[in-house]
Design a protein around this ligand. Structure first.
Ligand SMILES: *Cc1c(COP(=O)(O)O)cnc(C)c1O
Length: 359
């Protein structure tokens, strides 16, 4: 079976660090966490970076940090993994689904403008499959309305909007280190910002609400613990130096797929505004008249694993029942996009041959 994804990491790259951590008994809040924060901040060119247990907890904390809750609305790209909307729902705010562009799969700026109102307290832009196209236009709209912009960059580590890396553009950016992403710590995430007030909030709130007092820790507020372990941080440190190579490999695989599949009527995820996508997932929209589900099943029968692109969040049973607001483009992509195998060392030719036989 040709698998859909395979993390690009090996035990040998962390073995000596793991030994060190076990020997010292220092499993949390140590030098590996410090170093991973430092390395990530410099790779992303951001002022502040905080590690977290996942992109989901990072996004949740971002909403809390902005004081978002009951009575507030948050605009969110509809075409995404439902972790994006779940955190909005969980803090008690009302998610407002913004439809996406059929080319880039990202938040549609005119639909966003049309949905802005007094009670909108944040916009959550998703870099779908690592592609930040359209981010700047959304940022400008947010700035003109004085609404903070949260970037769900769970997929977008190493992607760039023109010369700036994702992480240094929005008011707050959240990353994921889940095994499905390009850099993995098993589970894990990060929040980046250049905003000092946000940094102050995160520094205290993500450490149980504790500040350094004269006689040790003092709890001037309450807080949470979303810390990553030292073992996880060691994994992140080991993978970061090879991230750019991983990305180039994906881009190469994506372009082989593109060249073979576009003549058959498949459409690739468009890049605009001189964006650089890490091409985290090789997602294509199937040609008219071809059943996406049929293709996934056919590929499976030929020993190739594939899956859907991602979800139309508003169309998932919980949200559809509660808000009854479907978004046509997101729904189209949910029904017609396919994610193909894409990872270091994979030969994509057998996948292409299998598709040729099935279409
Ligand atoms: C993977 C993903 C998440 C969730 O990330 P976790 O680290 O697993 O919580 C959120 N949003 C998007 C767009 C994702 O792709």
């Amino acid at each position: 079976m040709i698998r859909l994804i395979k993390p690009f990491t090996e035990y040998s790259e962390v073995e000596s660090d793991f030994k060190e951590i076990f020997k010292s008994g220092w499993f949390s809040k140590g030098n590996y966490n410090k170093k991973f924060v430092k390395d990530l901040s410099s790779y992303l060119d951001v002022k502040y970076c905080h590690l977290a247990t996942s992109a989901t907890t990072a996004l949740w904390a971002s909403l809390k940090m902005m004081g978002i809750g009951e009575g507030d609305k948050v605009l969110v790209s509809d075409y995404s993994f439902p972790a994006s909307v779940n955190v909005i729902e969980d803090v008690g705010a009302t998610p407002v689904f913004v439809d996406v562009d059929l080319g880039t799969y990202n938040m549609d700026a005119s639909d966003l403008e049309a949905k802005i109102s007094e009670d909108v307290k944040a916009v959550m832009f998703v870099d779908t499959f690592g592609n930040p196209s359209g981010l700047k236009e959304v940022k400008e709209i947010c700035e003109s309305h004085r609404i903070p912009l949260i970037e769900d960059a769970a997929c977008a580590i190493g992607s760039r909007y023109q010369e700036k890396k994702c992480g240094s553009i929005a008011d707050v950016t959240c990353f994921s280190f889940h095994p499905r992403k390009l850099l993995t710590t098993g589970e894990g995430g990060a929040i980046t910002t250049d905003n000092e007030e946000y940094n102050d909030w995160l520094s205290v709130k993500l450490q149980h609400g504790a500040s350094q007092g004269v006689n040790g820790l003092e709890f001037r507020t309450y807080g949470y613990n979303f810390r990553m372990t030292e073992l996880q941080a060691a994994m992140g440190i080991a993978q970061l130096p090879k991230l750019d190579e991983v990305i180039l490999y994906r881009i190469g695989q994506y372009s082989i797929y593109k060249k073979a599949l576009e003549p058959l009527g498949f459409r690739c995820q468009a890049l605009r505004d001189s964006c650089y996508s890490n091409r985290q997932s090789a997602v294509f929209t199937v040609p008219e008249g071809i059943s996406r589900d049929g293709l996934i099943q056919g590929l499976r029968a030929k020993g190739v694993e594939s899956t859907i692109g991602t979800y139309s969040q508003s169309n998932e049973p919980y949200y559809l029942k509660k808000y009854k607001k479907g978004q046509p483009n997101a729904l189209y992509l949910y029904r017609n996009s396919i994610s193909l195998p894409c990872y270091q060392g994979l030969d994509v030719e057998p996948v292409i041959s299998a598709i040729l036989e099935l279409t």
